[in-house]
Design a protein around this ligand. Structure first.
Ligand SMILES: [Zn+2]
Length: 278
């Protein structure tokens, strides 16, 4: 099984603008919407240069270098241009571009929401070196925010426990997920979330990998968890249904861009099933 996410050794993060730019990728957002312009093969690619319309009033953040090409997150007014939510890139671009677009979205969201100090209300200033906004009065540094969350597949001798959230498309089931609370270890979150959502106890947690998920600032930590005890009891405000499924007869599950799918595929492969048939 490949490492999740495909290890991106060609990206070097940096927040200091380069002195000169030969070629660049501009990930351009207007609020939560990204500029959608496709090449001849219908693949989404960020713009290589900013035209006059976009240069005006735009805010640019240097993100780093991807395969020798400088990358910028840009906030601009996309007046009559084609745009859509970040999710509209799923299936329209490769893993690397999707992940860089997610990175850009998070940097811009942080910058947009940290223009004033949360304590005294004074206007913040850019830190001269770090990616941080600073209140000179309180010396508070605000870095881009991350919200760790867990995502876990509960399994029991070849069966997997999948649930559907009320918000899921019809027929879609997935792994269980939830945010880490202050003061909680990641492992405690797995036990708590599984018990809250479906009422069962788990044991033998196994960490598999993580995925940044920019909706809006999540870092998903993926686990396998072995069933221990209990019957399924739904947390009805959140979960519409949860069931044990045999690996041979799974319901509709998320696409391969999501870590939930990778966790499921990893388990199926361990059970000796050919996941390419799914
Ligand atoms: Zn302040």
């Amino acid at each position: 099984m490949e490492i999740w996410p495909a290890s991106d050794t060609t990206f070097t993060a940096d927040n200091r603008h380069p002195n000169s730019i030969d070629a660049a990728y501009y990930f351009i957002f207007d609020g939560n919407e990204v500029l959608l312009e496709f090449n001849e093969s219908d693949q989404w690619v960020p713009l290589s240069k900013l035209d006059d319309e976009l240069r005006e009033d735009s805010v640019r953040h240097y993100m780093g270098e991807f395969s020798g090409i400088d990358c910028f997150a840009v906030e601009a007014k996309l007046k009559s241009r084609s745009k859509g939510g970040l999710r509209s890139l799923i299936g329209q671009t490769d893993h690397f571009m999707f992940s860089l677009a997610g990175r850009a979205a998070q940097i811009l969201d942080w910058y947009r929401t940290h223009q004033y100090c949360g304590k005294c209300g004074q206007k913040t200033e850019d830190h001269p070196e770090d990616r941080a906004m600073v209140c000179q009065q309180c010396s508070i540094h605000s870095y881009p925010r991350l919200s760790p969350s867990i995502i876990t597949l509960v399994h029991n001798e070849g069966q997997v426990l999948l649930a559907r959230n009320h918000r899921f498309p019809r027929g879609m089931y997935s792994t269980l997920a939830g945010f880490v609370e202050p003061g909680e270890s990641i492992e405690e979150t797995v036990h708590r979330e599984v018990f809250e959502e479906v009422g069962v106890k788990v044991k033998n947690l196994e960490y598999l990998g993580s995925q940044p998920w920019a909706f809006p600032n999540s870092l998903m930590l993926g686990f396998l968890a072995e069933y221990d005890s209990g019957e399924i009891v739904l947390q009805e405000e959140e979960i519409a249904d949860a069931q044990w499924f045999s690996c041979q007869s799974l319901p509709m599950i998320p696409g391969k861009v999501a870590i939930s799918r990778w966790i499921i595929d990893t388990y199926l492969q361990r059970m000796g099933l050919n996941i390419s048939l799914l």
